[in-house]
Design a protein around this ligand. Sequence first.
Ligand SMILES: C[S@@+](CC[C@H](N)C(=O)[O-])C[C@H]1O[C@@H](n2cnc3c(N)ncnc32)[C@H](O)[C@@H]1O
Length: 201
Amino acid sequence: MKTKPYSKIAGLYDILDLPFEHFRYKPLRAKVFEGLEGGLLDAGVGTGRNFPYYPEGSNITAIDLSPAMLKRAHRRREKLGIAAQLHQMNVLDTDFPDNSFDAIVSTFLFCVLSAEHQQPALEELRRLCRPNGCIRILEYSISQKPLRRSIMKLWAPWARLAYGAEFDRNTEQYLEAAGLRLTNKKFLYKDTIKLLTIQPI
Ligand SMILES: C[S@@+](CC[C@H](N)C(=O)[O-])C[C@H]1O[C@@H](n2cnc3c(N)ncnc32)[C@H](O)[C@@H]1O
């Protein structure tokens, strides 16, 4: 399991990501949380970049596998005064009971999970999501436009080395086998960052 890239990069993560965060991710994060309420899980919380966008009045739980990333999230939580519970847990095998959450969000987690872990992770999210709840996944997608695709391919070795991430995980293909259905797919940034809205079948 990939805590390694994150134990190394945790101290630099926010700095390295700053231009992307500022110019690309910020407006997208707000959209991910639009209309969500109740008990909410942020799976793969990282350093807590989603904190400012958590819906007011919701009851937030956030997990991450990497202690180093969680340490940063703890600091950000104190700084922003966010009332979220943080736990070190593997998304493939959490300690929560079935149907624990009204909504589950993950941002840039599935690009980090290997192909073999995509379906088990989705199955675990399905187990945790209440029957009428929803799961929202914000993820990279490899561009279909030749120039943008080539640029992404140039970046790919760095993304793999630094973050253990791939741009072309195509998480949608595992949904049905995991007992989930796609209710909406929308590109939020060019044809490279998509928001998947998913429900238990
Ligand atoms: C690219 S970062 C994204 C962090 C954050 N969600 C964001 O949007 O900035 C991926 C995060 O997923 C975490 N992660 C990787 N594998 C995981 C697993 N099996 N269970 C839980 N978290 C995991 C990593 O430690 C890292 O913090």
